[in-house]
Design a protein around this ligand. Sequence first.
Ligand code: UDP
Length: 245
Amino acid sequence: MQVAKILGVPFKTSGFEETVTHLTGRIDAGDRTHVVTANPEVVMVARSNPHFRAVLDQAYVVPDGIGIVYAARWLNYPMRERVTGIELMTALMERANAYGWSVYLLGASPDVIGKAASTLSTQYPQSRIVGVRDGYFCKEEEAAIVEDIAAKRPDLLFVALGSPRQDEWIHTYWEQIQVPLAMGVGGSFDVLAGAVKRAPLIWQKMHVEWLYRLISQPSRWRRQLAIPQFVAAVLREKWTQRMQS
Ligand code: UDP
């Protein structure tokens, strides 16, 4: 599977359907996968956080954001489309429904995770939600959470603790949890619970979902400052690439 190195982060270049098929195949074959859906903000965090960078090096990183797709194309990698966290989670839940996979949900507030779990079990009745735990726990409670996940042996583990914490968490406990597929899903439980609205389709199609998020959650502006910094860093990398060729 082809990889696009964007500012040092190894992204898979396959399209959405191919990604879902590949991940399903890995689950069937007993191969374990930590999926990270990364956008430009995540890449910029990795640049200044070597530990997180190492987590991404060992994970299956997919392009969650049009900024990543454009950056890949500027750097001459064949990347077709975004693979967003919420869409990938939905597609995996469809597979869980078809194959009777079990699912564990970790993260978000108690109210949100309860509503997200009931939405998912209504929409995907053949999947089995075997564990639900909110994301507001202290360090001392982690061992019990890890034990619970290991005991319930879900096929899929979705973790919403915010980035980069959710993926560092999965990485830290990777050997103990032994799940076939784990993925950080950011604010997806909030969207499923109806607490946060995803951008309308037209905004998504025009590739300005990031702008919608900024307008609807203005407190994110500080984080989104990473976007122009990302563009500048990619342009510098393209320039260096040109000078070397
Ligand atoms: N969250 C959590 N525990 C914490 C901090 C955050 O469970 O200590 C949850 C929060 O309630 C939300 C999710 O993590 O459901 C993070 O959402 P956000 O939109 O910030 O995700 P990101 O943009 O980081 O992917």
